[in-house]
Design a protein around this ligand. Sequence first.
Ligand code: ADP
Ligand code: MG
Ligand code: MG
Length: 901
Amino acid sequence: MAKYVYLFGKTKTDGKGSMKPLLGGKGAGLAEMCRIGLPVPPGFTITTEVCTYYYDHKRTYPSSLKAQMQAGLASIEKQTGKKFGDSKNPLLVSVRSGARDSMPGMMDTILNLGLNDQTVEALAKKTGNPRFAWDCYRRFVQMYGDVVLGVQKRAGEDHEPFEVVIEKLKHDRYHRDIEDTKLTPEDLKELVVRFKALVKERAGKDFRASPWDQLMGAVGAVFGSWMNDRAIVYRRKYNIPSEWGTAVNVQAMVYGNTGDKSGSGVAFTRNPANGVKEFYGEFLINAQGEDVVAGVRTPEPVAQLKKHLPKAFAELDRIRQTLEKHFKDVQDFEFTIEEGTVYMLQTRNGKRTAMAALKFSMDMFKEKLIDWKTAVMRNPADQLDQLLAPVFDIAEAAKAATIATGLPAGPGAASGQIYLNADRAVQAADRKEAVLLVRVETSPEDLRGMIAAEGILTARGGVSSHAALVARQMGKVCVCGAAALDVDYQARTVKVDGKTFKEGDWLSIDGTAGKVFAGRVPTAPSEIVAGLIEGDESARKTEKFKSFQQLMKWCSQATRMSVRTNADTPEQTRNAIAFGAVGIGLCRTEHMFFEGDRIDAMREMILADTLDARKAALAKLLPYQRDDFAGIFRALNGFPATIRFLDPPLHEFLPNTPEQQRELAKKLGISSERIRTRVEQLHEINPMLGLRGCRLGIDFPEISEMQARAVFEAAALVQKDGVKVRPEIMIPLVGFKKELDLQLEIVHRVAGDVQHEQKVKFNYMVGTMIEVPRGALTADEIAQSAEFFSFGTNDLTQTGLGMSRDDSGSFLPHYAELEIVKNNPFATIDTTGVGQLVQIAVTKGRATRKNLKLGICGEHGGDPDSIRFFEKVGLDYVSASPFRVPVARLAAAQAAIAGKK
Ligand code: ADP
Ligand code: MG
Ligand code: MG
């Protein structure tokens, strides 16, 4: 016979802590606490398999369940000496839902089940405390009516109907609001009468009298709540499969509401906000559990318990230490004190901020509770950037008014005077103003403005929009897609929340929470950034800084993959190295063409209609590029740099408005008509699949020639100064081996020329980006020529899915809702599809060239879930934007540790 019911208690415990999938988090935790001898009221858990059965069989139960539940009840009766439904010494139970992880949206707990008009009298008599008995009964009718019979707030009602009845009774009898604890037994008796009438009126049924019927009704309500709307929405958001199901816990009641020697509370074994090792939590005297969270009465800090009930406090403090010793992690637990005796009702790993996680892990290592690898695992990689973000003064932020919300695209806090265009933002920054760049959305033209700004705020665009991408790369605070903003470029105003902000007015944004505030909210840089990037000595002495450095050191010990960075400037490179990057995985050369008046030479090159004219323009660009590379090589100080040749479609560089065209025509001394024609010639229907990537270098070999020369002349220059250089030239968008070969010929020839001219020798590599499916599928051929592959997973996802990243915002949310995709494939790699292309390319590439170097440079290189996959397929490195490097190091280390287990 299948086992559907697991007992827990002092005499017999069937389950244990590791059985979360079967018993749910609560059931497993209760069982484990029983095993280590903590005081837990006895009970039993109905497994998640019953939930699955229930939905597979038209909401019915397995036939043996009833007998197993009866046996469970009998065991509780034996341990407590009470009897369910008894008219002398009645057993009351709680019915509690319990998914694997606690899940808002699931059924609320029902307490005091088993009471009716007879058993309440028995309870009153047995305890000699009628007030307590009637308080339990009114609570039970209220909870059962709400949760099982559906007596809840109706549309248009502001208050819970049961609370309305309580209010009315207080006013009828006392003509004012009094505390619940002041209600007399007579009041409570009357309340039960009125509650029952309310149930009858709203649910059209009499209140159930038989305890067994009550129990089955409550169990059905728990299973039923697994498929209610709130639970479904929550599961979707957090990717919890509906097959998991929930368990149900039935447990003997202990009473926190018998008087002043009783109470109920929730606590953490350490402070979950800042990590400090202190007993943290709150409690209420003379209350049942749900009062603490319901907010009807304001609880007291747990330290106060020492005054009220010193013995119980000492016992709880002892339990707190037992819990940590056993679970070896910070616990979040619930307790009830009945007449001075402590009972444990729940324990689980406590949720924590990144700051607290870091401190917990360091302290517990020092206390020898955990080893260093466990300490690494205890820091959630996707939260680590909380530690790097500038911070708002907490009190100030609480005071400030939120005027809009958007996507939290670049974590941290920023305040600034708003500017709506890049030029004016730069000018304001030159005037030493703190600038907030506000745009409908950003494009590469805004880059200078973004650099000048403290933070970036856009009305449109998602977390992988241009603004978000660049913000992450630069470590800028960014909120994007704040749709409530009405950005008027003409009037230079932002209208939101009934207010109008002009250029120069102050706004503040919280890129960790995605909030926009009116006015100026003071901020400070994180100690970690101040210490590493700004070399602030006092910041380096803080505990936060030292702990972070220790964590990163452990990451280096544990990791197999190395972590590089995506950087285009010496400054970005230096930042990334300060964060522990060991090279550049992607240097996008096109960003270099937007700075200053280089764009003019670039445009001149594109507009040229003869080879000679193009070469002349390229000659102007050469020194700029050479200086950029030299700066980057110096910043790298011996680390390798993967440099990608020109990649985007040319029209991205062109003047598109008539005004810009006229201006450029004047500068170049040609007619704007000629410019317009050339722009039209270059127009493409589908530029992302058009003349771009290596196709540019194949059509215009002189571009690749100039870029190769710039790289190698810089290499020669820097190497002569005694700094080691390791350029790795990367040809983008290769699908055919021949494409790579044509570019290789140029690179090797120019490398030879430069070495000859400069009379130096340097090492370099040439490889390719794998970012179209044909490249991945023919990786064996391509590896004959390529010395390394770097997976360009942004484009590989676009081309592999046939889904444009820039346009996916309109349908991906719906796709996620329908569970067609589990995650945004542009944020977390689609392992089954795109991942397979990566896997194929790895296998085929290494079959041809055993020591083929393999890396990834798409946005996925900074995403912990994707990094776990890259560890599994055996890449050599991941590359992430500079401020994402610590996250990538942590994720890579964790993937390596998990892989060895
Ligand atoms: P949640 O999942 O919302 O935390 P719980 O099932 O943990 O719901 O129940 C909430 C509170 O109800 C508990 O913290 C505890 O105070 C109280 N409670 C639950 N079961 C019992 C019980 N058997 N005896 C006394 N109080 C209980
Ligand atoms: Mg609970
Ligand atoms: Mg690409």
